[in-house]
Design a protein around this ligand. Structure first.
Ligand code: A2P
Ligand code: MG
Ligand code: MG
Ligand code: MG
Length: 354
């Protein structure tokens, strides 16, 4: 008997593994003119574009009817960039797609020797991520490089893919090429992939290997609580985290890292609370920045809500809509963090009145 979503899990793992191999090799060869600045001033590299082309190609071959909500689109590439940049993206994507088939990989997913795509097919594959999202039906959401700033610094980033059915996240895969396989050995082997399927639990595997390890968020011993938070001060309100930390009498320093690697670290107990509050009114979190992390945390026994304790709603479109902030933690910790967040918010409100 096969479990629900077993084919989807295999396809998603394959696509994310191939994209991780691509981004790792791109990092070592990245040159200055291979990064563009998007209209929102955030960076995007040949790695982001080619990883989206690879994952979308695999998904649209394996599941032709499924729409994809992907972070990137090829507009700027088609309009602003020169032929050299486009050529590089095509070369990288084709290298990743045509590598020899590994265990569990199928040629009918568009993979293996001889499966090169034309530049136009790959630009179209990138644009296949333009679905607007919504409450009904099946759809994937993809962040080809989450934490592009971490990627550019040679630090943490993640390739993030999730499947949603009727607005509910049922499968999440997060590939972290720079994350140590074992937190206790920071200089040891790096590169891991995390997968969670709704109702079936979660596991971690080394990117290079087999033998998945099941994951559960460990219970927190008093006095050992610590936060997981962004590196970039523009991405989340680190001052606010500091105040919440004081209210909870936390003495351990926060663990700062880019991307959904934070959810992975929470899932295996490298940190105890992921708190992310917006730095400016009006910022709406994107579904691809949280969907795989959401199902991972839930399947590891954790709780994830917004700052008002409301569930995250993935069925509203490309963003989390009215959700404000994100709190993810083990089930023995979440209620205390939520209370402290609300107290810190009340203090801020008082201060702004004074
Ligand atoms: N102004 C912003 N506020 C919040 N998140 C942002 C902002 N600009 C970019 N991001 C996204 O925040 C996430 C990174 O958060 P963190 O700093 O915690 O890793 C990324 O998804 C990043 O996009 P991207 O996927 O392009 O890197
Ligand atoms: Mg980006
Ligand atoms: Mg991204
Ligand atoms: Mg992102």
């Amino acid at each position: 008997m096969s479990f629900p979503y077993s084919t989807e899990k295999q396809v998603a793992l394959t696509a994310v593994r191939r994209a991780c191999a691509l981004t790792s090799s791109v990092f070592n060869k990245l040159v200055r003119n291979e990064t563009l600045t998007k209209d929102d001033k955030s960076p995007v590299t040949v790695g982001d574009y080619s990883a989206q082309a690879v994952v979308n190609t695999v998904l649209s071959r394996a599941f032709p009817a499924d729409p994809i909500v992907g972070e990137e689109d090829a507009n700027e590439l088609r309009q602003k960039s020169g032929e050299a940049l486009k050529h590089r993206i095509v070369e990288l994507a084709n290298e990743a797609l045509t590598a020899d088939l590994g265990i569990g990989e199928m040629a009918e997913w568009g993979l293996g020797p001889g499966q090169e795509r034309t530049p136009e097919e790959l630009m179209d594959a990138i644009d296949h991520g333009s679905d607007p999202g919504g409450p009904l039906g099946r759809r994937w959401t993809l962040d080809p490089i989450d934490g592009t700033k971490g990627f550019l610094r040679g630090e943490q980033y993640a390739v993030c893919l999730a499947l949603m059915v009727d607005g509910e996240v049922v499968l999440g895969v997060i590939g972290c090429p720079n994350l140590p396989v074992n937190n206790a050995e920071p200089d040891g082997q790096k590169g891991c992939i995390f997968v969670a399927v709704k109702g079936q639990g979660a596991e971690q595997t080394a990117l290079s290997g087999a033998n998945p390890t099941p994951l559960t968020i460990p219970a927190v011993t008093p006095g050992t609580l610590n936060f997981l938070e962004s590196v970039e001060a523009a991405h989340s309100d680190l001052e606010f985290n500091n105040r919440v930390s004081e209210l909870l009498n936390i003495t351990r320093a926060p663990k700062r890292m880019d991307s959904q690697a934070k959810y992975c670290c929470l899932a295996r107990g490298d940190g105890s609370v992921y708190l992310r509050m917006p730095t400016r009114a009006g910022y709406k979190e994107k579904i691809w920045d949280h969907a795989p992390g959401f199902v991972l945390v839930r399947e590891c026994g954790g709780i994830i809500t917004d700052s008002r304790g409301q569930p995250l709603d993935f069925g509203l479109g490309r963003t989390l809509g009215e959700n404000y902030g994100v709190i993810a933690a083990g089930k023995d910790v979440h209620a205390d963090v939520l209370a402290a967040v609300q107290k810190a918010q009340a203090e801020e409100k008082e201060k702004s009145k004074a």
